[in-house]
Ligand binder design. Structure first.
Ligand SMILES: N[C@@H](CCC[C@H](N)C(=O)O)C(=O)O
Length: 275
């Protein structure tokens, strides 16, 4: 890297926080981002965040922009939902229209930056699979990144050390190796509302919100009820706020489509990170 500092913007989406870079001029490579992530995300010696995000043009022209994402341990992830909302608001400040497309790996998402919230449309058709791991009933829901969902009692969501222990156990369980999984703990409050805590792979801890985890959890909660056909909007209450998950369900092939994640994206500060 031939530079001595990086300008960044710190943002969060319902408390899931990120450091964002305009990579159109920085031109950091994926490998450089992976190397930088642990130091930048470090909450004592760095800026502190649950991940880093770089914005650049899509040279393949499949989408308007590309979002590069790295977990704090430098690992890649298929997608980051809260990060995508922050990315979209960040893109608008850099001149992007309110509606645009962006690519993460080979998948193209649609962003809509509205006045009060940001909506991300996922290119995703998924289903909920029941599985048992270490005698525990889980639901496996791929949301362009790996997620399992466990139901717990409302009071169990407050026992964070137990959730961390259980999340770490499942995230590292041989059944999910080599890539591991994010682990979501949910407690439903009514048909279309649930509370969620997520143990995030790559952060290796609970975060205040996880967007792709909120989608996995909403679909899992729908599956555990009547799983009726229709179009739905679920409210997912996370520690850092509320996320909305829109989806359609088709009972005939058990598939979830038209998946959208809606929620806030907040600018916190701008800074210069010294290399
Ligand atoms: N916080 C994210 C998910 C980030 C990626 C995750 N840690 C993984 O490794 O899959 C979200 O909001 O979706």
């Amino acid at each position: 890297m031939n530079i001595s500092s990086l300008n960044f913007t710190k943002m969060h989406g319902a408390g899931n926080d990120f450091v964002l870079f305009d990579n159109r001029t920085l031109k950091l490579t994926e490998q450089e981002l992976a190397q930088l992530a642990p130091a930048i995300c470090n909450r004592k010696f760095g800026v502190g965040s649950d991940g880093i995000i770089a914005l650049q043009f899509d040279e393949t022209k499949k989408a308007d922009l590309v979002m590069l994402y790295k977990n704090p341990d430098g690992s890649d992830a298929g997608m980051c939902g809260n990060g995508a909302r922050c990315f979209s608001a960040f893109a608008e400040t850099l001149g992007s229209p309110k509606k645009f497309t962006f690519r993460v790996h080979n998948k193209v998402y649609k962003a809509n930056v509205k006045d009060q919230s940001i909506v991300i449309e996922f290119p995703l058709e998924t289903s909920v699979q029941e599985l048992t791991v270490a005698d525990e009933a889980l639901l496996n829901v791929y949301t362009n990144t790996e997620h399992v969902v466990c139901t717990v009692q409302p009071n169990e969501l407050e026992n964070e050390q137990t959730l961390i222990n259980q999340g770490r156990f499942l995230r590292n369980h041989p059944d999910f190796q080599p890539i591991g999984t994010n682990v979501n703990f949910i407690s439903g409050t009514d048909n279309e509302t649930l509370n969620l805590q997520t143990y995030e792979r790559g952060v290796e801890n609970l975060t205040l919100a996880c967007g792709t985890g909120a989608i996995a959890s909403a679909l899992a909660w729908h599956h555990l009820q009547q799983a009726e056909n229709g179009n739905f909007k679920y409210h997912v209450q996370v520690k850092g706020g509320t996320l909305m998950v829109h989806f359609s369900f088709n009972k005939r092939n058990e598939s979830y489509t038209n998946i959208k994640l809606e929620g806030p994206a907040t600018f916190v500060f701008e800074g210069q990170y010294y290399l």
